[in-house]
Design a protein around this ligand. Structure first.
Ligand SMILES: *Cc1c(COP(=O)(O)O)cnc(C)c1O
Length: 371
């Protein structure tokens, strides 16, 4: 079996984990948490990092901290993981969707302005798969209409937009450290901000909104979304290797592009666009319209050859959970729909070897040629 992802834990992970055990610091009070917050936020070029237990709850904190709630609208891509939409909906606000760019797969910045209303509070940017969203026009709109930017950079540790780090653009930006991300803590996430008051608010929301000088007294409700010292120990070790990780990711992507250059009926991801080099968080591609089968079929064939795959995201406007509420009726986002139907990704984790990549590419070509 070639799994779709295997993480890399070959740095000081073991050493730091043993330190947690030896010192008995295992809760969120341990020293690795601050160290990880400080080192990671510096890496992203932000003033403050607030570590939490995963990337989804980092978005919960971001949305609540900005005061987004009942009656507010938040513009986001239809083509995304559910987490950003869930965070907005759980606060009682309404997601408003835009389609994606067919080449970069990022939210279509040119489609945003038409969706802005008097209720719009924020644009929730989600950088997806390999490239950042086109930030300049999005930031210009935020300025023009006085909107907040929430930046979901869960897949973008170390990626840049016109040379500036992803995660440095939002009023609040968030990361995930799930094992398929460039840096993993098993489960984990982080909110990064510059504004000290906003940072304090995020810290409070993460920790049940205990009053600083009157523990067990609460003026509002938060969550226990804390990260443990054990998770943070992994994070510190992982961050030490981020440069190597980014090199490896790009090597994996480029090698697949070479190996699959002569594969019929697939559209390969571009290696670079004008504002960024592809970081290939996952190596994904779409099947051409001429190909008679969809992504599900190709995934089944690869599965028979013991090659792990994942489908692309399923668009928000088609999600049963939102359709039940009568949302997004008569809305269509053809690029998002096409990516969901015709997109998939193949093994591209940090643990993959060149030989495995060759085997995956050969098998895929065989399947595509004989379909
Ligand atoms: C992984 C991911 C998340 C969720 O992070 P978890 O840590 O798995 O909760 C959110 N947004 C994007 C874009 C992601 O890729």
């Amino acid at each position: 079996m070639i799994p779709v992802n295997t993480p890399y834990l070959g740095g000081k992970e073991k050493e730091y984990l043993i330190e947690c055990i030896d010192t008995t610091w295992i809760s969120s009070e341990g020293p690795f948490v601050h160290r990880f917050e400080s080192e990671f936020s510096t890496f992203v070029g932000r003033e403050h990092g607030i570590a939490c237990c995963n990337g989804s709850v980092a978005l919960d904190i971001a949305v609540r901290a900005l005061g987004i709630g009942e009656g507010d609208e938040v513009i986001m891509p239809s083509f995304t993981i559910i987490s950003p939409a869930a965070s907005v909906v759980n606060e009682g606000a309404q997601p408003v969707l835009v389609d994606s760019d067919p080449v970069t797969w990022q939210m279509d910045a040119t489609a945003i302005e038409a969706k802005i209303t008097s209720k719009t509070k924020a644009i929730l940017v989600v950088h997806i798969y390999g490239y950042p969203a086109d930030m300049d026009p999005i930031l210009a709109l935020a300025q023009k209409y006085n909107l907040k930017i929430i930046e979901d950079a869960a897949e973008m540790h170390g990626q840049t937009y016109r040379g500036k780090p992803c995660g440095s653009f939002g009023d609040i930006s968030t990361f995930s450290f799930y094992p398929n991300k460039h840096i993993t803590t098993g489960e984990g996430g982080m909110v990064v901000v510059d504004d000290p008051e906003l940072a304090e608010r995020c810290r409070s929301l993460r920790n049940l909104c205990f009053l600083p000088h009157q523990r067990f007294v609460h003026e509002e409700l938060g969550w226990n979304y804390r990260m443990t010292n054990i998770q943070a120990a992994l994070g510190v070790a992982q961050l030490e290797n981020i440069d190597k990780v980014l090199i490896k990711k790009r090597e994996v992507g480029r090698l697949y592009n070479q190996l699959l250059a002569d594969c019929p009926n697939i559209e390969l991801p571009p290696e670079k666009i004008d504002y960024a080099d592809n970081v290939y968080w996952i190596y994904g591609f779409t099947l051409s319209d001429e190909f008679p089968h969809n992504a599900k079929w190709v995934m089944e064939q690869l599965g028979k050859h013991k090659i792990g795959t994942r489908p692309f995201f399923y668009p928000m406007h088609l999600q049963p959970v939102f359709k039940k509420r009568g949302w997004f009726e008569n809305e269509s986002y053809p690029v998002a729909e096409r990516m969901a139907e015709r997109g998939l990704y193949i093994p591209s984790g940090l643990g993959i070897t060149k030989e495995q990549q060759e085997q995956v590419a050969e098998t895929l070509k065989e399947i595509m040629r004989h379909a």
